[in-house]
Design a protein around this ligand. Structure first.
Ligand code: SF4
Ligand code: SF4
Length: 441
C-alpha cells in the first residue's frame, strides 16, 4: 500500500504520454498525406526564421498588447513546466521537492515560477476579456462560432486553473513547512502564494496535507490532460510553430511556384531552337498530373502542416482587403477548413484500417466555396501578417489552378481576359493590328 500513489502516478503518466504519442502518430500520418515538396534548401536561413519567429515571437509583438501578453503566457507556461520535471520525479520516487538541495538556486527558481504564474493569470484574464467582453472584431467573425470559440476559451480556463493549482499547492506547502509537518522540507520561496496562505488559516495539518496533495495531483493530471487536448485544439501551435516556421516559405514574398509540366510546355513553345519531337516520350501508362488542388491530398505536406499550426488568431483575416470589404473570404477560414477536412480524411482512414475510402466530399466546394477563392486579390497581406509563417495564399492559388486548368471554371471576366491574352496578346479585346491607333487620335 505504501507504494500505491507511486504506482497510480506511473500508470497515469504512461497512459497520458501513451495517448499523446498515439495522437502525434496520427498527426504525422495526416500531414504526410500531402504531396512531397523539397524544403532542404537554405538551412541557416530556416534556423534563423525559427529562432526569430517561433522562439523570439517577433511577429507577435507587431501588435504590442496581445504580443506582450502572449510572450508572458508562452514563457511562463514553458518555464513553469520545468517544475513538472520535479513533480514527475517526486511522483515516481515518492520524494517531496526533490531538487530542494539546490538551496538558493531552488528558492530563486520557485520564486520566479510563482511570479510568472501570477503574470500568466493576469494575461489569461486580459485575453478572456478581449475575447468575451470587448469582443475584438477578429474573434467574432463567422468562422469563430461554435467549437473554435469554445476552444479559445477552454485553453484560457485550463491555463488559469493550472496556475491557480500551482499557487495553491505552494501556499499549503509553505504553511505545512511553517508548522513543521513531517515530509515537508524547508525549501522554496513563495513571493506570490504567501499572500493566499491566510485562506488556509485554521486548517488542521491533515486538512492542509489533503489540500496540498489534491492541488498537486490535479496540477499534474491537468497537465497530462492538457497535453492530450492539444491534438484537438488550435493550441497545437505551441508545438508546431517551431517546425512550421522552419519549413515556412523563404522565397520572396508573394512569389508563386511554377508548375513543372506547364513550364516545360511554355519553354517548348517559346524557344525557337527547341525541337518538340526531341522531347522525351512520356510514360503512356503514367497517370497524367493533376493541376492544382481540389482536396487536401493535392496540397503539399507543408501546407497541411500550416493547417495544423494555425492559431486561429485572425491576424490574417483582419489584414485581408477582401474580408475588410465584406467579401466572403477569410484566410483564417481557409486554414481552418483545410484542417477540418484533413481531420475528416484521417478519421475515414482510422475507420478503414489506414485506407482512405472516398466519401464523396472534398475541400473544394464542400468546405471552401468558389466565391471565397475568387475574392482573393493575391495581395499576400495574410502571409505577411501571420505570426507563425502560414501561407493561406498558396492554398487559394492551388485551388484556383484546379478550377482553371482542370475544370475551366474561372469566372467569366477571367475567362474573357485569358481568351484575349491568347488571341490578342493583351487582356483587352482589341486586335493586335489596332494597337497603335491611338497615335492618330
Ligand atoms: S492574399 Fe488573398 S486571402 Fe490573403 S490577404 Fe490578400 S486577398 Fe486576403
Ligand atoms: S493563418 Fe496565421 S494569421 Fe491567420 S489565423 Fe492562422 S495563425 Fe493567425
Amino acid at each position: 500500500m505504501e507504494y500505491l500513489p507511486n504506482i497510480i502516478f506511473a500508470v497515469a503518466l504512461i497512459v497520458g504520454i501513451g495517448f499523446f504519442a498515439r495522437n502525434v502518430k496520427k498527426l504525422s500520418r495526416n500531414i504526410k498525406l500531402g504531396k512531397d515538396v523539397d524544403v532542404s534548401d537554405n538551412k541557416s536561413q530556416r534556423w534563423k526564421n525559427m529562432a526569430k519567429i517561433a522562439l523570439g515571437q517577433t511577429k507577435m509583438v507587431v501588435r504590442p498588447i496581445a504580443g506582450i501578453m502572449h510572450v508572458i503566457v508562452y514563457v511562463g507556461f514553458i518555464i513553469i513546466n520545468i517544475e513538472v520535471l520535479e513533480i514527475i520525479l517526486d511522483g515516481l520516487l515518492g520524494t517531496h521537492r526533490l531538487f530542494s538541495p539546490l538551496g538558493p538556486v531552488y528558492n530563486f527558481l520557485i520564486g520566479s515560477f510563482e511570479i510568472l504564474a501570477l503574470l500568466v493569470i493576469v494575461a489569461v484574464v486580459v485575453f478572456w476579456i478581449r475575447r468575451n467582453i470587448i469582443r475584438i472584431q477578429r474573434f467574432i467573425k463567422p468562422e469563430m462560432k461554435g467549437w473554435p470559440k469554445t476552444d479559445g476559451n477552454m485553453i484560457l480556463y485550463i491555463e488559469f486553473v493550472l496556475m491557480l493549482l500551482f499557487l495553491t499547492m505552494n501556499a499549503t506547502d509553505f504553511q505545512l513547512q511553517r508548522i513543521g509537518a513531517e515530509h515537508y522540507v524547508q525549501a522554496g520561496s513563495f513571493p506570490v502564494s504567501q499572500f493566499i496562505v491566510p485562506l488556509f488559516d485554521g486548517l488542521s495539518e491533515s486538512s492542509l496535507i489533503f489540500v496540498e496533495r489534491t492541488a498537486w495531483w490535479l496540477h499534474i493530471l491537468g497537465i497530462l490532460a492538457f497535453l492530450n487536448y492539444l491534438y484537438y485544439s488550435k493550441h497545437l501551435h505551441i508545438l508546431l510553430a517551431f517546425p512550421n516556421t522552419y519549413y515556412g516559405k523563404i522565397k520572396p514574398q508573394g512569389q508563386f511556384n511554377n508548375l513543372e509540366s506547364v513550364t516545360k510546355e511554355v519553354k517548348l513553345m517559346m524557344d525557337p531552337d527547341a525541337d518538340p519531337y526531341a522531347a522525351p516520350v512520356e510514360d503512356d501508362a503514367a497517370e497524367p498530373e493533376k493541376f492544382g488542388a481540389s482536396d487536401v491530398m493535392d496540397l503539399n505536406w507543408v501546407q497541411l502542416l500550416n493547417a495544423y499550426t494555425c492559431t486561429e488568431c485572425g491576424r490574417c483575416t483582419s489584414e485581408c482587403p477582401a474580408n475588410q470589404t465584406g467579401k466572403k473570404l477569410s484566410p483564417r477560414k481557409i486554414m481552418m477548413d483545410t484542417r477540418d477536412r484533413l481531420e475528416e480524411v484521417g478519421k475515414i482512414m482510422d475507420a478503414n484500417k489506414g485506407e482512405f475510402v472516398p466519401d464523396g466530399k472534398q475541400l473544394l466546394g464542400d468546405y471552401i466555396s468558389h466565391e471565397e477563392l475568387w475574392a482573393c486579390t493575391t495581395c499576400n497581406a495574410c502571409v505577411e501578417a501571420c505570426p507563425v509563417s502560414i501561407d493561406p495564399l498558396s492554398i487559394i492559388v492551388e485551388m484556383r489552378r484546379y478550377l482553371v486548368m482542370e475544370q475551366s471554371a474561372a469566372p467569366t471576366e477571367l475567362n474573357n481576359m485569358m481568351s484575349n491574352i491568347e488571341n490578342n496578346g493583351a487582356p483587352w479585346p482589341y486586335n493586335q493590328m489596332d494597337r497603335l491607333n491611338w497615335v492618330n487620335e
